[in-house]
Design a protein. Sequence first.
Length: 484
Amino acid sequence: MHDKTLAQQAALLASGELKSRELVDHYLQRIERLNPALNAYLQVDAEGAREQAAKADDILQQGKGGPLTGIPIAHKDIFCTQGIKTTCGSRMLENFIAPYNATVVDKLNAAGVVTLGKANMDEFAMGSSNENSYFGAVANPWQHDRVPGGSSGGSAAVVAAQLASAATGTDTGGSIRQPAAFCGVTGIKPTYGRVSRYGMVAFASSLDQGGPMARTAEDCALLLQGMAGHDVRDATSSDVAVPNFSSQLNKDIKGLRIGVPEEYFAQGLDSAVADSVTEALAELERMGAILKTVSLPNQGLCVPAYYIIAPAEASSNLSRFDGVRFGHRCENPQDLEDLYKRSRGEGFGPEVKRRILIGAYTLSAGYYDAYYRKAQQVRQLVSNDFTAAFEEVDVIAGPTTPTTAFVRGEKTDDPIAMYLNDLFTVSANLSGLPGLSAPCGFVDGLPVGLQLVAPANEESLLLNVAHRYQSSTDWHLQSPATID
Ligand code: GLN
């Protein structure tokens, strides 16, 4: 039953052929067997999951369930969950139990999902390989010596290894799409503000956005429906009406104008990845879409601008972890300054410290104009590039990542090489646009991701295009040999 998609499981639950309790027990057994080698789950809440499943089965029996009732998922460990730990992959929050649920968690609970546990992640969502987790790296289910991507690497591995029907993730610079690409699953970063950030541990607040990761676009539509919507507790939450995503999945893509940015196929892109993506574009063309070359002239400035803005916001957001109010506190502090220094020194890992230092530097009085303000100006240019491109095309398509999953340890000593993983993903965050990654091939047994970006609030369009593509290809249905 684990090899069924969320939508297929939902149909079986609705008809009574499958009980949520059975499905949950089945996943719990798989987790016990497969998770030790993967390290995708940081925490499993077997008791809580069985309770939620029993309730879901009652609701289903009464015929009152929705499409998510009784569906077992994993939450990225960045979402606050009342009663069970929320570590954010950090020693700083090793024993933190949030006093409330994130809005995403509350909404999905209300929709009837079952939470199996919390998924591993890069510390404070900073990273592209999940190697920055205080709780250890995650193995890519396709090849265990490879990284699953990051920062939602645990969520992607959970979905790829079929250890839950789907998972939540967050994406500040690519952290849903890049691990989705590396693990051969589908993931969508919605428009900024579409999903509430309340109770989602903050990394870079103007870029952070939660979203679903699942086997198919159809499953992502179902999960996103449960996550999206205006929230009075998040001041940046969007009050644009949320459409019914699932009902828009079968639109013909004949005549759809797909923009292919010339800058995406330039230096830095692995040639075999380029071939897979080109073939995916040809398939979309055969389905009736019209391909058009477009230009995003400031593409080359995205990574530098992102790595100024994200650390600047992170240095400010992470100042709350002071040993007083949240998280780790050092032993026997001598005075207040010693308390701050040692609590933060011990609680944060090296990448988080690097980001705090960069952020504090670029925000400091002497450098603010040269770095932070400049980066904000570049951000506007990046956004303008998309606005201009969307005058000519309906969606933009290209590779999600420059390469397939790399070997663990390969880039840990080279932060710049690590940051270049985000080459094609950060632009959607800088401009607040929705972006999706869907499996579109394999290179040497490792999955390749096709990225689609749309204008604001057009998640339905992305899900529709991906669903149509998945109706005529089967890349998304392949599963790793290591998981049976
Ligand atoms: N890899 C990027 C970073 O390290 C993106 C992370 C994210 O989207 N959370 O900042």
